[in-house]
Design a protein around this ligand. Structure first.
Ligand SMILES: C[S@@+](CC[C@H](N)C(=O)[O-])C[C@H]1O[C@@H](n2cnc3c(N)ncnc32)[C@H](O)[C@@H]1O
Length: 396
């Protein structure tokens, strides 16, 4: 099977080993399309592209997180920008520890391990030492990186860290996932001439992957589509996998709080009539583009999170909303600027880059407004200081 490599030579071209990897995954997906009768819904394609064991983008050993294409990475996340991000979470996490009497953290998809390392150290400095830190990680390669990072930068806490690959049976304490929900498969839909279609993936005559639309029936149509205003042509996503995941996570929560940090909007904003192209996006070597068929297995595929659906999924599992706000409000309320001011401003080589990164996390034009923090809880009566101003729960 061919991919679209030749059509996008404005992007960096993968090397021979990467191309072999890409072809192996493309072949695997091609077989899945054939055995499904020639068409796969987009969420299944996305799941295969990201999570096929050994070949999917997040299941293979390729470098993902970093600052520039030169290190082979594709994108950067907040914990990689500055340690102050993880440190700012220590205060709300400590509040949850005190309110619940637990000292346990579960982190989903822990990246390079920098968030875990920073949080473990800062909790200890606050006198709220973690008793156990469980990382739910699907990638063996990332587990190795996380273990190395924790052993190098938070060695005294390494004995309390363990790795698992599925959601634990019951959790009392804090569950955290930064940019995890956006990496979950989405279904795609297109409205054309005022009729809705499910957008899936089929093979072209020239043996390439291509979008292929199928009419929706009353059974296959998500209810939310009936509420998208207007009759104009429109492409969007729904988030069944993320909602099912949040439902399961909230079901195993005994007493505690779940915190998800991600880019996205409430339903009314997500399905705004002017958002006609949806939010599906791919990242390869720090280039963002919109072709999920370009480099399967080598590029990230992501969609914004629809936070109203996340809140509903939590509610259906017996949890309730504790807070929902922008990343900027959450981090400021949690004291990130105080943490920055603890650095020595006369040491400009150290202070200025950190100040720049904090600006990136907080600025409305960068991550401060697009990224949100949602807190969902069960068996927890308290409030969190990180939502004391700017809470937007009413928008969900
Ligand atoms: C964009 S990365 C974010 C990584 C890290 N949290 C960070 O901020 O740098 C998304 C991560 O979510 C993980 N992920 C997706 N679904 C998951 C699941 N069901 N359980 C655990 N991790 C999951 C992926 O494997 C990937 O490592």
């Amino acid at each position: 099977m061919k991919t679209n490599i030749i059509q996008r030579d404005s992007l960096p071209i993968p090397n021979d080993a990467a191309i072999a990897h890409l072809y192996a995954l493309a072949q695997h997906i091609t077989q899945k399309i054939a055995s499904a009768g020639g068409w796969l819904p987009f969420d299944r394609y996305m799941e295969l592209a990201l999570y096929t064991p050994g070949l999917g983008y997040y299941s293979s050993g390729t470098v993902k997180f970093g600052r520039s294409p030169d290190d082979g990475s594709d994108f950067i996340t907040a914990p990689e920008l500055t340690l102050l991000f993880a440190q700012a979470f220590a205060k709300p996490v400590a509040e949850i520890f005190y309110a619940t009497g637990t000292r346990h953290v579960v982190e989903f998809g822990a990246g390079t391990g920098r968030f875990a390392s920073g949080l473990l150290r800062t909790l200890d400095e606050l006198g709220a030492r973690c008793s156990s830190y469980t990382i739910v990680e699907l990638s063996g390669e990332l587990r190795k990186q996380q273990r190395a990072c924790i052993e190098e930068t938070a060695q005294q806490f390494a004995p309390c860290v363990q790795w698992i690959d599925t959601i634990p049976g019951r959790v009392d304490g804090v569950i955290i996932g930064n940019e995890v929900l956006d990496a979950m498969p989405v279904r795609l839909f297109a409205r054309q001439n005022n009729l809705w279609y499910e957008r899936g993936v089929a093979m072209t005559d020239t043996d390439r992957f291509a979008f292929s639309d199928r009419p929706l029936t009353a059974i296959t149509s998500p209810a939310i589509l009936a509420h998208v205003p207007g009759v104009h042509d429109y492409v969007t996503e729904t988030h069944e996998a993320a909602a099912a995941f949040v439902h399961t996570v909230c079901s195993v929560l005994g007493c505690g709080v779940v915190l998800f940090i991600d880019y996205g909007f409430p339903a009314a904003e997500y399905y705004h009539p002017q958002r006609t192209e949806g939010t599906l996006m791919c990242h390869y070597r720090h280039h963002a583009h919109d072709d999920p068929f370009l480099y399967p297995g080598l590029q990230d595929i992501t969609a914004h999170v629809q936070f109203s659906a996340i809140e509903q999924a939590a509610r259906s599992a017996g949890a309730h909303l504790l807070g929902y706000t922008s990343q900027a409000h959450f981090l400021i309320n949690a004291g990130i600027t105080d943490l920055l001011m603890k650095l020595d401003p006369t040491n400009s080589a150290c202070f200025l880059p950190e100040a720049n990164m904090v600006q990136k996390l907080l600025s409305e034009a960068e991550m401060g407004e697009l990224f949100k923090v949602i807190a969902l809880c069960r068996g927890f009566d308290g409030r969190l200081g990180a939502f004391k101003s700017g809470d937007r729960s009413h928008t969900l």
